[in-house]
Design a protein around this ligand. Structure first.
Ligand code: SF4
Length: 197
């Protein structure tokens, strides 16, 4: 089996938002919609505040709760594990149930064309053997892309090597996300208290 995914090093992320810009440019994402968004996680007060930045996007779940929620069957999972939305089938139904079904807030409504959209791991680039635009654009080299089911891939080796400091978002959701976050120097706080700067 193949399951493409990402590791993002929060030890390296400086919130320069190259990922967000590259994603917008690659997919022509509507104003006000985001397929990846960098949040700030802060606890404590000055001078004891502790902060890190965390990009949140579709986690390409092994058990994607968005998929069965779509009344138009517009969401599917490719053989390489990428979860995609077929916007030609998406009627942006009144309830926009997929948006509510995603525990990560990863699906955005695009007002311009009355569809919903989300990270597709740059499936078109992947099909050409290229990494997703976010991973390519990050000037902190914080992103690693690959097959998390292949024990010989670089991404699997990093996950195994750094296992004590590798985290996933909302594991309790049961979605089995395919994105991982590396945070070794600070306390992992999952999605608690995230805010947009
Ligand atoms: Fe679906 Fe959300 Fe999982 Fe992406 S993160 S596959 S949108 S449930």
């Amino acid at each position: 089996m193949t399951q493409l995914g990402l590791v993002v090093s929060l030890d390296r992320c400086m919130d320069t938002r190259g990922c967000m810009g590259a994603c917008k440019q690659e997919h022509n994402v509507d104003l006000g919609a985001f397929w990846v968004r960098t949040y700030t996680s802060t606890t404590g007060d000055y001078p004891d505040a502790e902060t890190y930045f965390i990009p949140v996007m579709c986690q390409h779940c092994r058990k994607p709760s968005c998929l069965p929620a779509c009344p138009e069957q517009a969401i599917s999972k490719r053989e390489d594990g990428i979860v995609i939305i077929d916007t030609t089938s998406c009627a942006a139904c009144e309830g926009k149930v997929c948006i509510d079904a995603c525990p990560y807030g990863a699906i955005s409504y695009n007002e311009r064309d009355n569809t919903v959209g989300k990270c597709d791991l740059c499936a078109a680039r992947v099909d050409e053997g290229l990494p997703p635009a976010c991973a390519f654009a990050c000037n902190s080299n914080a992103w690693l892309f690959g097959d998390v089911d292949d024990p010989e891939s670089d991404i699997s080796k990093v996950i195994a090597l750094m296992s004590d400091n590798v985290h996933q978002l909302k594991v309790d959701s049961g979605n089995e996300p395919s994105c991982y976050y590396l945070l070794s120097s600070k306390e992992w706080r999952d999605m608690e208290g995230l805010r947009v700067r």
